[in-house]
Design a protein around this ligand. Structure first.
Ligand SMILES: [Zn+2]
Ligand SMILES: [Zn+2]
Length: 624
């Protein structure tokens, strides 16, 4: 980690020295319709950034002052989302101005149900590879997987500096370590209100609140105005770390002129406000007060604030805390090391030591709140956990809401736990979980503070983006200034227009084990076929000269029928293959491809007729 670079840099001054506003500036802020003045105003933003920018980056020469633009050629900013639109996850956005690119976030997506055997999905970065030289860095909003998870894969191909807050980089570090990349990647730690100066743009970080500590929004200053990306956010007036979102800075940028805003659409369907994280702590303490036996709490590993509240409740009732699940262990360690998780000296104990205490003195924090089959909680529920056996009297709190698609998995675990006699507390009515994303009223507040000229809803499926756009127009956005985009769209912004102008390659790359991108749609189609109907392999040995069957045909079946109970069917199938081979022999067909397809065709129709199933058929002919 490049700490020096960070220390040299001081903060963006919180109090700006007083300076008499020039007449034109005052006018500019009052009369936004006047185009000429507005342009000057935008220039002013860059000037402001220049004068206030405090990053002491050795610069060879001062930038030449821009002449008042009389050029006909229009300047434009390109905004290219490479992921995160019309989907939840894999967030990555390109902001391009002149010959510079700033990348905001670099996330992964977890596979959908029909992506058999795929571990994770990452964005297609062909566009970035083609424009490698322009990229100035990857700027991270926070440490969730859908914002940082693709970093190890992307950094292997484009090694550029990565900027993030302390906790975000702490999580990135453990990730890079697993991929042996830590020593080769340039991690630059920033704080809210820091500004990183590039050649034509500057990137500023602004404090937000979210379900992970240390989240920021990102403002990219360009000569045309500010492009503001909110990142994931919620508005929490009583956050656990006391650090409230920097409303003042959002408002200030809004006043100066935000040309385009990209904002989180995840919770746009929910009315009102998202509850404060603190409300969960109160509920947890109440439950802990009532519990007689062990308490197990499952939550998202990355939600350090939630973990902090669990620890606090445990300490209040004199309970020790053990942690189960690899990602949870990692985050607790990083959290304690970096000071985000404050624990009393004797609170934390190893999972092996829980039996040294009575049950009413134990809290276990575990992964598995989404029902993930291999998670610690799932193993406990299935009696497969080596250290923890669920017994009657255990209280299990599932402090999370299932992500759409995970409901069945979670429900299965709840059933198993209840069967074992545990008191399971779950569900949104219990007050044991709050979302990390802004609901309607908070989204309106953001629009009102920032007053962007153009708006691009991001982070959501189509219906979320659409609704978010409509919501923005109810608080003053002009409908023609809204863009509902898609991954790969080139969204061009000039001072007075926004439009889609072409597309770049975008899409999803599958990661399976060590393979990145080698599993494509054809392999997936085969996997799907195999998963539904199984496979039948036909092996026969034939004499090259005569075409006579020397051995076989043998039939091996997997996932189709249980062979021992289907002797007759198998005998008939063998007979069919034999007939095909004989026919071919008589007709002097020695072309293996034809031979194989005849076997496949005859067998397929026979099996379908008998079973109404269509297994994959794989003929193997050996010749001697
Ligand atoms: Zn997030
Ligand atoms: Zn997210």
């Amino acid at each position: 980690m490049d700490d020096n670079n960070v220390k040299e840099k001081t903060n963006y001054p919180r109090r700006r020295p007083y300076r008499t506003p020039k007449k034109q500036e005052v006018k500019a802020e009052n009369k936004v319709e006047n185009k000429e003045i507005k342009e000057e105003k935008n220039e002013q933003i860059v000037e402001d950034v220049k004068s206030e920018n405090v990053q002491v980056k050795p610069k060879a020469k001062t930038q030449t002052r821009r002449k008042p633009t009389t050029k006909k050629e229009k300047q434009k900013i390109k905004i290219i989302p490479l992921g995160g639109l019309n989907e939840i996850g894999k967030n990555i956005t390109v902001i391009e101005y002149k010959d510079e690119i700033a990348i905001i976030d670099c996330g992964l997506k977890f596979p959908e149900e029909d992506m058999f055997g795929i571990d994770i999905v990452i964005p297609d970065i062909s566009y970035l590879l083609k424009n490698k030289d322009k990229i100035k860095g990857i700027f991270l909003t926070h440490g969730h997987e859908d914002h940082i998870g693709a970093l190890p894969y992307v950094l292997k191909q484009i090694n550029v500096p990565v900027y993030g807050t302390k906790l975000t980089l702490g999580i990135v570090e453990t990730k890079l370590k697993e991929h042996n990349l830590l020593s080769v990647v340039d991690l630059k730690r920033i704080q809210p209100r820091d500004i990183i100066k590039l050649d034509n743009m500057s990137v500023e970080f602004i404090k937000t609140n979210h379900s992970i500590a240390d989240s920021v929004a990102i403002a990219v200053h360009t000569p045309l105005g500010v492009v503001l990306h909110t990142g994931d956010f919620k508005i929490d007036y009583t956050p656990i770390d006391g650090e409230v979102m920097d409303f003042a800075r959002f408002a200030e940028l809004g006043k100066k002129g935000v040309i385009a805003m990209l904002a989180d659409s995840t919770n746009v369907e929910r009315d009102g406000y998202t509850q404060s994280e603190k409300s969960v702590g109160e509920k947890l303490e109440m439950l802990f007060g009532k519990a007689k036996g062990r308490i197990l709490v499952a939550t998202f590993a990355s939600n350090i604030h939630r973990i902090q509240q669990i620890v606090k409740a445990a300490e209040k009732y004199g309970r020790r805390v053990a942690v189960s699940g690899r990602s949870m262990e990692n985050i607790v360690q990083v959290g304690i090391e970096l000071g985000y998780l404050v624990v009393e000296k004797d609170t934390m104990i190893g999972i092996d030591d829980i039996n040294k205490y009575t049950e009413d003195k134990i809290v276990v924090i575990t992964t598995g709140s989404q029902g993930e089959p291999m998670s610690a909680l799932a193993r406990m529920a299935a009696s497969e956990h080596k250290k923890i056996n669920i017994v009657p009297g255990d209280m299990v709190i599932i402090s999370a809401t299932p992500i759409p698609g995970n409901e069945k998995l979670v429900s299965k675990i709840i059933n198993q736990l209840v069967k074992k006699g545990a008191n399971v507390i779950y569900g949104s009515a219990q007050g044991i979980h709050v979302s990390g994303h802004a609901c309607k009223e908070e989204l309106k507040l953001m629009q009102t503070l920032v007053r962007p000229k153009f708006f691009i809803p991001v982070h959501g499926e189509y219906r979320h983006l659409k609704q978010h756009g409509e919501l923005a127009t109810t608080v003053g956005l002009k409908p023609e200034n809204l863009i509902i985009g898609d991954n790969g769209d080139i969204i061009e912004v000039t001072r007075d227009s926004i439009k889609k102008n072409g597309t770049v390659t975008s899409g999803q790359i599958f990661v399976d084990g060590l393979g990145v991108g080698d599993v494509g749609n054809i392999v997936l189609r085969d996997r799907k076929h195999l998963s539904q109907d199984g496979i039948l392999t036909v092996v026969a040995t034939i004499e090259r000269e005569s075409g006579m069957i020397i051995a076989g045909p043998d039939i091996i079946s997997r996932g189709f029928v249980y062979v021992r109970e289907s002797e007759i069917l198998m005998d008939e199938a063998r007979e069919i293959v034999r007939n095909v081979l004989r026919e071919c022999e008589e007709n002097k067909i020695t072309d293996w491809a034809t031979l194989k397809s005849s076997i496949r065709d005859s067998l397929r129709s026979f099996l379908y007729e008998k079973t109404k199933r269509k297994p994959m058929i794989l003929p193997i002919i050996m010749e001697i």
